[in-house]
Design a protein around this ligand. Sequence first.
Ligand code: TYM
Length: 341
Amino acid sequence: MTEAAFTQRVFSGIQPSGGLTLGNYLGALKRFVEMQDEGGYETIYCIVDMHAITAKLLDPATLAQNTRELCAGFIAAGIDPSRSILFNQSQVAEHAQLAWIFNCIARLGWMQRMTQFKDKAGKNAQNESLGLFAYPALMAADILAYHATHVPVGEDQKQHLELTRDIAAKFNNDYGVEFFPMTEPVIEGAATRVMSLRDGSKKMSKSDPSDMSRINLTDDADAIAQKIRKARTDPEPLPSEAKGLEERPEARNLVNIYAALADMSVDQVLAEMGGQQFSEFKPRLADLAVARMSPISTEMSRLMEDPAEIDRILAGGAERARAVAAPIVKRTYEIVGMVGS
Ligand code: TYM
């Protein structure tokens, strides 16, 4: 069976495992909005609540609250639930159904190579959940249940997207079909890997124990200004060309953040700011971050006043998502030989 050209379809997801960080916003959410607004794609965005319990079980009320808050964050940042499909993963059972098939396609050796599992599990791998280990197969199912052709993500998800292609290729090859597309990762922009404000060699992450290491979408103007003022830097002024940032991870991180927030290239930023000391540059960065982020967090709080409306949006999105995924997963089960009506 040969499928004709695949529809141009974007799928991506964010875990409701904590609040949104500036890394999530610049590496993912801001790009989600741009791809929605560009047109030319069907856009599907998912709050991946099933992924959020793989590292540790969350308190049930916290998981529900995080899910609604993340939905509010998507909308506040510019996702329009009438133009994009916006929903939470657990409401569409096809994700888990396809993940089972992919658990039987993926090889143990492939999973053991996943650096994110190794980083998260550390020396304690024997005590991690089976779900954390199998997680990339569920992620492949998230994407391929929609035959998504494009997946916007930050740099840290690149290996998982390579695995998604390996799973699609092995399925197609084992069953002699051309059923699943080879999904393209979309890793673009000046801030595909936003680093910790305290350590330029570590990714900015919601799980970092130090709140000073990250900017949360819900931080107020004072907190943002303080975190940027205290961000680690070096004593040199800013260079006038990108090459001058090569051995300066902390300086590079702040310039990348500025460029992404201002929709400028790194070269443009440095052409304008080269020669400045951090004492000048940091307040400008803080002002820009506050100007970009505070309208989002204000709108988020407003939306959170009506959680029933958020639940309605998620339910409506789930219904539309199911309409896309159900025939694809049904066909997958037929290809595999599962008897159905
Ligand atoms: P998660 O929830 O860890 O992160 C969500 C998105 O934010 C990006 N990101 C960053 N980008 C730049 N700099 C950072 N410091 C930074 N931190 C996070 C991530 O790359 C991601 O794009 N496995 C995924 C969720 C997922 C998914 C999917 C994504 C599940 N199924 C299907 C795409 C398609 C994750 O844990 O992302």
